[in-house]
Ligand binder design. Structure first.
Ligand code: FCA
Length: 327
């Protein structure tokens, strides 16, 4: 081996060592989400990455659509040296299993959006949680629906509420209950509110649920569509379209905002009037920042952090409002 090659090799070796020493120093934290196909969760991931850049840690992002993938993801995080993770669980009932696995691997956990429940179905309030104000945002949905129905001068006698529910998810139950109670408080006839559970929290699930309810009420001429998030409401809207309702006779207002961008960008208005945009950016950034401070500085996170600011986005203002938030 000549001298040049030798010194090149030595330099390469030293670089490699420096690299791995640096890598060993960077703190790693996980961010696990149940539905990575929702822009909501993509936004949380993007802002978790931003926090990682600002504060100097690596974010390992893993999709966890079911329980098995969740436990595997936790193992793989541990194998990669991660010291903890933020999670939106695919099923709140996995809470005890997730906590047991994390504890055995000495990892810290912060939940985001969906709260864990224990074997008795009670919320696991000892695990830190970052979430939106569910009842309040639901109430806002109901108020805005009523307002738009009044703008359109609908006759309440021939109007109905189609509420697509997902009661096993507490945040969903609270949003929908909030919405329906606000509608009733505003004066919507309680007897014309029809609730139907969805089998899955996506557009196809909500579409099926809505179809089965719509056919039972041929007397209703105008529909208000209630659901826990954009995809649920979009499923309801697609069902009304499939059954021949015009956009003028349907008002749906979603929740999440970022998941409604395609719909609000369509060349013609649909029954999807708008969406309530909370702060996925804050959820993503704050939850992992809290985890970082816990792992790196021993700062115990608050058990409950509620993120409250919400704005109604419609076809008129959505670009501007998303831009304001840097989304
Ligand atoms: C739940 C919903 C998501 C989002 C989040 C804040 O996890 O499934 O779409 O609304 O709460």
């Amino acid at each position: 081996m000549n001298k040049l090659v030798k010194s090149l090799l030595a330099a390469g070796l030293m670089l490699g060592m420096a690299n791995s020493a640096l890598a060993a120093e960077a703190l790693k934290l996980g961010y696990l989400v149940k539905q990575p196909e929702e822009p909501w969760f993509q936004t949380e991931w993007a802002f978790a990455d931003k926090a990682g850049k600002d504060l100097g840690f690596d974010v390992i992002k893993i999709a966890v659509p079911d329980g098995e993938k969740t436990l595997n993801a936790i193992d793989s995080l541990a194998a990669n040296g991660a010291k903890g993770f933020v999670i939106c669980t695919p099923d709140p009932k996995l809470g005890p299993a997730i906590m047991a696995r994390a504890k055995s691997l000495d990892m810290k956990v912060i939940t985001v959006d969906d709260q864990f429940v224990n074997a008795k179905g009670q919320p696991m309030t000892n695990v830190p949680l970052v979430m939106m104000a569910a009842t309040k945002i639901g109430e806002r949905q109901g108020q805005e629906l009523y307002k738009e129905m009044t703008n359109r001068k609908w006759d309440p006698k021939v109007s109905g509420v189609l509420a697509i529910t997902a009661n096993e998810l507490d945040t969903a139950r609270r949003r929908v209950e909030g919405s329906l109670s606000a509608l009733k408080a505003a004066g919507f006839p309680a007897g014309q509110i029809y609730s139907v559970p969805t089998k899955s929290n996506d557009i196809p699930g909500a579409l099926d649920a809505a179809n089965s309810m719509l056919v039972q009420h041929p007397e209703v001429k105008n529909w208000l569509v209630v659901g826990m998030n954009d995809n649920t409401v979009l499923g309801g809207i697609r069902a009304t379209e499939g059954q021949g309702f015009k956009a003028d006779n349907v008002i749906g207002i979603g929740i999440n905002g970022v998941d409604a961008v395609n719909e609000l960008s369509k060349s013609k208005p649909t029954g999807f009037f708008g969406s309530l945009l909370p702060s996925p950016d804050v959820h993503g950034y704050k939850s992992i920042q809290m985890l970082h401070d816990w792992v790196a500085k021993g700062a115990e996170p608050a058990k409950f952090t509620e993120v409250t600011d919400v704005v109604l986005i419609t076809r008129e203002n959505f670009k501007e409002e998303l831009k304001k938030k840097g989304l």
